[in-house]
Design a protein. Structure first.
Length: 441
């Protein structure tokens, strides 16, 4: 029996009216999405106001790892809401329980955490901590990186969009290129396990741009917004070794990559990384606004009392969500399912790429994959013009997808980690039909 159903072209009549009302009152400054007004969701299934049902490949932008509206999470948030909504920095039982639960779920060397509200806020805290601990103000970051839209986070980021038109960013960011195996113009990715060409380039970049005040670096395990770009195996470990050899603090931005998304609870586990700081967001709350910085006691000790706070960070409802979600991971093998179903879906998508004229690359691990669309597989010229029609065509078939990429030519495949074989097969078949019909036009 089919899980999805779409009753005619989107948007439906109720959806169309609501979208018109939305644009009348709220500024139209969000990204392009399928014309669907969500009404409810459960697991991997989304229902809209017109009674249509879709399978979700977005997880609400890699947020709902435990599935939409998991009953244990819903009940925990409901109870906390009835008990206490906010008490700022005062201790509350929910926050204390969440801190203990999170630290015990982290790699052992990360023995402290601090709760905030958004991934960008967590990034800002990491930048401040690196500067305070090192006593230096320069930070190494990477082209294509995305760390948030607040001023410091956007300044460290390496994408033009969040910075365009706002003038100079925060001084002190030194930006290097990120290795991209699909577009390896400089021959860095196949240059052996220690990547001598890349690190020779990196040293030259720093020599040309640093004032001698480089204190740390921030990097994503894979670059999400840039197009789900995964560096070559071993590069992150080599980067960590290079950072240690140069006395730099090492921050890993796992806002998008953590909580089983890559087939491990923490993406750092794939290469045995031991960062000083980890920024955590999105799936830590699975829709409830919360983020955290995890780090070592030594780094947090560089701040005095009162030097890091957040109006809503650690509030009881968000804290209850943190605990409930980690309890779900203890009882459901979401990490294992991510690895298993991710491998299955990637294999199917690679087979589709062999049929497709325009899928140039299929990449990823676990349940985070990118499909890069190109006009010609030989030249690899990006094909962003295909993406909006494909998003709309897929939604009309019953699959919700989204796009990313420096060139806006990558479709993200990142369903909730609860996805079943039946849901995977149906969504893959519908997506394939939508794509091949477009290609035939």
């Amino acid at each position: 029996m089919s899980i999805t159903h779409v009753n005619g072209p989107l948007p439906g009549p109720k959806g169309k009216a609501l979208l018109e009302k939305w644009r009348r009152y709220e500024a139209d400054v969000t990204g392009f999405q399928a014309p669907v007004v969500w009404e409810s969701a459960k697991g991997c299934t989304v229902r809209d106001v017109d009674g249509n049902a879709f399978l979700d490949w977005t997880s609400g932008v890699l947020v709902t790892n435990v599935g939409h509206c998991h009953p244990h999470l819903v009940e925990a948030a409901r109870k906390a809401t009835g008990d206490l909504l906010n008490n700022y920095e005062c201790a509350n039982t929910y926050r204390i329980a969440a801190a203990e639960k999170l630290v015990k779920a982290l790699p052992p060397h990360l023995d402290k955490c601090f709760f905030l509200s958004t991934g960008a806020e967590a990034t800002e805290a990491c930048l401040r901590l690196m500067k305070r601990k090192s006593g230096k103000y320069e930070i190494l970051a990477f082209a294509g990186g995305f760390h948030g839209r607040t001023f410091g986070a956007a300044s460290a980021g390496g994408m033009a969009g969040p910075k365009r038109g706002y003038g100079p960013g925060v001084p002190g960011t030194i930006r290097a290129l990120f290795p991209n195996p699909y577009r390896d113009d400089f021959g860095w990715c196949g240059d052996g396990p220690r990547f001598p060409k890349y690190f020779k380039y990196l040293e030259a970049e720093i020599a040309a741009n640093s004032t001698g005040s480089l204190g740390g670096l921030i990097v994503e395990p894979y670059q999400g917004a840039a197009g789900f770009i995964f560096p070559p195996p071993g590069w992150l470990k080599r980067l960590e070794e290079w950072a240690r050899g140069n006395g730099l603090l090492f921050t890993l931005d796992e806002v998008q990559a953590s909580y089983g998304r890559t087939g491990r609870m923490w993406a750092l586990e794939h290469e045995g990384l031991k960062p000083d700081l980890v920024s955590i967001g999105k799936a830590i709350g699975c829709g409830v606004p919360v983020s955290a910085v995890a780090g070592t006691s030594d780094v947090f000790a560089s701040l005095k009392k009162g030097e890091l706070s957040s109006t809503l960070g650690g509030n009881p409802v968000s804290s209850a969500a943190v605990t409930a979600i980690l309890e779900i991971y203890e009882t459901e093998d979401l990490v294992g399912n991510s690895a298993k179903m991710g491998a299955y879906m990637k294999q199917k998508l690679e087979a589709l790429a062999a049929k497709s004229r325009f899928i140039g690359d299929v990449r990823g691990m676990g349940l985070v994959m990118g499909l890069e669309f190109v006009k010609d597989k030989a030249t690899r010229e990006p094909y962003p013009e295909l993406i909006k029609p494909l998003i709309e065509a897929s939604a009309n078939k019953g699959v919700l997808i989204g796009s990313v990429g420096v060139s806006s030519n990558v479709i993200r495949v990142a369903p909730p980690l609860v996805i079943t074989r039946a849901e995977a097969d149906e969504s893959l078949a519908l997506f394939e039909k939508a794509l091949l019909e477009l290609e035939a036009k």
